[in-house]
Design a protein around this ligand. Structure first.
Ligand code: XMP
Length: 319
């Protein structure tokens, strides 16, 4: 019979067997559910002999780094190393507009940084990855539409380059099973119920060039949007809700003053697996409050639009 406790027991045993008495592992924590549960499982098996690396790309949500450190370092007691790399990512993205180039540059820099850290730590033989069963299937048969259409962010190629063997304790599990295992391991509910967040982060939600100022605007908007969606009790019903900063300025009026500022798009979708999605019929009152707060509280935005496109033909993310 399937139970989270049985999966944990079996996996812990397998990990211990594979890693041995003295082996060491490294893990790239993203702040998402899969890498978190994988790391927590490996922690159960080999404790301090796993080092987790969290790269702060500067393209994360508001408070994300603090949240990740609180969850993993303080509460779960994982051996966690945070790398502050915001400046390097911004520099690399200077002048870049093409979405695929953005994704590739971010992916490459991420791997570069992870590699540096792995060498610094030294001595690890294993790389922990939160690969799920659907990922395994997808890579051997037909790939999902988004995998072909957009370069997905992962650490592919790293195991060979660093001469590491893979530890993939979630390979046989579906997403809901991963959540159950995470719950059993004591991971916070807030983490387990999170919306997906793309590896390239806010960069693919800033249409056009990524600058520090634009990241600031989008991060503030993203926070307000999440607050309002949660306040309305809609967070768990939605697959995702997020803001997209457009490279368009329009005229507005604030008090007696003419303004000329950016347009922000709000995207909220329902979906079962991210492969197809429908735009969410958010109540008008919720949209009204979102729009009011965004313009009132985020400097640099004077107009909010709501994305009413489904996938297909659109994708969930704008880039
Ligand atoms: P699209 O935009 O292709 O997105 O409809 C489908 C789902 O995948 C998420 N997404 C990503 N997730 N790395 C990820 O881990 C990525 O590079 C990435 N790009 C998109 C997206 O948020 C949506 O849930």
């Amino acid at each position: 019979d399937w139970s989270p406790a049985a999966v944990i027991g079996a996996q812990v045993e397998r990990i211990r067997e594979a890693v041995g008495e003295r082996g060491r592992a490294i893990c790239a924590l993203s702040g998402g559910v899969d890498s978190a549960v994988a790391a927590a499982l490996v922690h159960q098996a080999i404790g301090e002999r796993q080092t987790c690396i969290f790269v702060d790309t500067g393209l994360l949500r508001d408070g994300e780094r603090e949240r990740v450190e609180d969850w993993f370092k303080n509460r779960l007691r994982l051996n966690l190393r945070t790398v502050a790399a915001g400046d390097r990512f911004l520099e690399r993205l200077q002048g870049v507009i093409d979405p695929e180039l953005k994704r590739r540059l971010i992916g490459h820099l991420f791997i570069e940084i992870f590699e540096e850290e792995a060498r610094r730590i030294g001595g690890a033989e294993f790389l922990v990855q939160g690969t799920l069963y659907p990922d395994v299937i997808e890579s051997v048969s037909v790939r999902g539409p988004s995998a072909v259409i957009k370069t997905h962010h992962n650490v592919g190629g790293l195991p060979e380059r660093l001469n590491l063997r893979l530890l993939e304790p979630l390979r046989e599990l579906f997403k809901d099973e991963v959540r159950a295992v995470g719950r059993e391991l004591g991971l916070p509910e807030e983490l387990l119920g999170r919306h997906p967040f793309p590896g390239p982060g806010l960069a693919v939600r800033i249409i056009g060039e990524v600058t520090e100022e634009r990241v600031r605007i989008l991060r503030a908007a993203d926070r307000i949007l999440e607050e309002e969606i949660r306040r309305a009790g809609l967070y768990d019903e939605l697959w995702q809700a997020f803001a997209v900063l457009l490279p368009v300025s329009t005229v507005g009026v604030m008090g007696d003053e003419r303004t000329y500022e950016r347009v922000l798009a709000v995207r909220a979708v329902t979906s079962v697996d991210g492969m197809t999605a429908d735009w969410a019929r958010l109540p008008h009152e919720v949209l009204a409050e979102i729009s009011r707060r965004l313009v009132a509280e985020v400097r640099g935005i004077n107009r909010v639009v709501y994305d009413i496109s489904s996938k297909p033909p659109s994708t969930i993310e704008w880039e």
